[in-house]
Write a protein that binds this ligand. Structure first.
Ligand code: C2O
Ligand code: CU
Length: 490
């Protein structure tokens, strides 16, 4: 009852034309083995790790929703392989676009030059190949990649263009953590989809907030998935790869140990009952299992002060996401711990170093009263500077705020220190309505007055409709060279 009253309260706060999406998730039998995205092959020569990817159209038969339906994927019909590289390596890509329309590939969470970022200014025309390259220069983390064509990101990601990009470093490789990919170290790309009566993948376009919610939950493209567990502990690399839905992950009556957020490890393992992830956010958790048990990861209601937030569990109180089936005897796993990377200590930011404050108000598909304009640079930042970005959703709807190129730290939420789960490195943050988030950001290097990075809402309908802005990083003195590229959409 409180939930229903909560929905009503939110609805009454929205303007007359907004409705909130209340799509109920269809309950499933968990009888399909979880698909694990393959690790992408790469060749390492002279310190350069080279990958090949093709954005392509195909058909996918999702279990329980056959027949096959039209989907897109990277080097496959749906989603993409897991990319993996180590700190210090140079990576190089050959990305071919075999789709009938232009797309791009953005490296979400990556610190890299703006021209390699894969945002809306690095479009790949049909039939073309894009060759970005950069040096991995940040701590171990679970990042991801997806298209970023302005106005069409929701469609491209929804059809299946997304994959994980795992970064390793000395600290992560020597950590006492499950690291056997696909066995006790599981990538989990969680998405909601909608199928029409003929089994076609469709994007619900009903104008509801905060965008399209699907009634079918899939993990790595598997609907009703189960995973066999053979070790005492399993590491889950959770990505909310949905276009609009926020999840509150939990395993009833069990603590999960949060080890990492978007940009890498926390300072210490953190026991959690629930892990909330907005679109674009990641978390790594370690879960302990008992021999022979079957348990389910599920998403609970996402509530705030008794109010059920729009774009969360929709018409369900909670729904199951993935089943774990533990073997009758389990291989021992260590208690999670990791060395603190020397680089992470050196990289630490301090608020007293901040030279500039900027503020960002998200409202009505605009940031600070403006919709995204590819030819307008909104913010000019000096290379090497540390800044405080103050961000707020001034409507009763939440947003998912993402900044390219950087990992930020949350300084305060409504003036108070953030909870420990939000104290680690982040590139995307769920903005609860009408709260003020102060973020500490440093723009380390890669000055380029003519190529912007993006900041935006990662609820992809909001992004496509204009809730995005552009910043350039420049050397002091380059002010008069600042200009947006004349990107012509191919
Ligand atoms: Cu994950 Cu600008 O995007
Ligand atoms: Cu938004």
């Amino acid at each position: 009852l409180a939930g229903i009253a909560g929905v009503a309260a939110v609805v009454s706060l929205l303007t007359a034309c907004d409705t909130i999406s209340t799509t109920a998730v269809i309950p499933r039998d968990f009888v399909n083995e979880l698909a694990i995205p393959p690790e992408a092959p790469s060749s390492l020569e002279d310190g350069v790790r080279t990958f090949r990817l093709t954005a392509e159209a195909g058909r996918t038969a999702f279990a329980g929703v056959e027949p096959a339906t039209a989907t897109w994927g990277f080097s496959g019909s749906f989603l993409g392989p897991t990319l993996r590289a180590q700190r210090g390596e140079r990576v190089a890509f050959e990305i071919e676009n075999d789709l009938p329309e232009a797309t791009s590939v953005h490296w979400h969470g990556m610190h890299l030059p703006a021209a390699m970022d894969g945002g809306p200014h690095q479009m790949i025309a049909p039939g073309d190949v894009w060759r970005p390259t950069w040096i991995i220069d940040q701590p171990a983390a679970t990042l991801w990649y997806h298209p970023h064509p302005h106005g069409a990101t929701e469609q491209h990601v929804y059809r299946g263009l997304a994959g994980l990009f795992i970064l390793d470093d000395d600290a992560s490789l020597s950590a006492a953590l499950p690291q056997d990919y696909g066995v006790d170290d599981l990538p989990l790309i969680v998405q909601d989809k909608q199928f029409d009566d003929d089994g076609r993948l469709v994007l619900r376009d009903d104008g509801s907030e905060p965008g399209s919610l699907g009634d079918t939950i899939m993990v790595n493209g598997t609907v009703g998935a189960y995973q066999e567990v053979t070790t005492e502990r399993v590491r889950l690399r959770l990505l909310n790869g949905s276009t609009a839905r926020t999840y509150t992950f939990e395993i009833p009556d069990r603590q999960m140990t949060l080890i990492a957020t978007d940009g890498g490890f926390l300072d210490a393992p953190l026991p959690m009952e629930q892990v909330r992830l907005a679109p674009g956010e990641r978390a790594e958790v370690v879960v302990a299992f008992a021999p022979g048990e079957t348990v389910r990861l599920r998403s609970a209601k996402t509530q705030l002060g008794g109010i059920l937030l729009p774009g969360t569990s929709g018409g369900n109180d909670a729904f199951d996401v993935l089943e774990f089936r533990a073997a009758s005897s389990l291989t021992p796993s260590p208690e999670p711990s990791w060395p603190r990377a020397a680089d992470a200590v050196a990289d630490e930011m301090h608020e007293d170093e901040a030279s500039t404050n900027r503020s960002f108000v998200l409202e009505e598909r605009e940031i600070n009263g403006e919709r995204m304009d590819m030819s307008r640079i909104d913010e000019v930042v000096h290379v090497g500077d540390t800044e405080v970005w103050t961000v707020r959703s001034s409507q009763p709807i939440p947003h998912s705020f993402h900044i390219h190129d950087v990992q930020f730290r949350v300084l305060t939420i409504d003036g108070s220190a953030p909870p420990a789960k939000l104290a680690g490195p982040k590139d995307t943050i769920y903005l609860e309505p009408n709260r003020e988030y102060r973020l500490l950001v440093r723009f380390e290097d890669y000055a380029d007055p003519e190529m912007p990075y993006m900041y935006h809402c990662h609820m992809l309908l909001h992004e496509d409709e204009g809730m995005m802005g552009q910043f350039v990083v420049i050397e002091p003195g380059q002010e008069d060279q600042v200009k947006a590229p004349d990107t012509v959409m191919p």
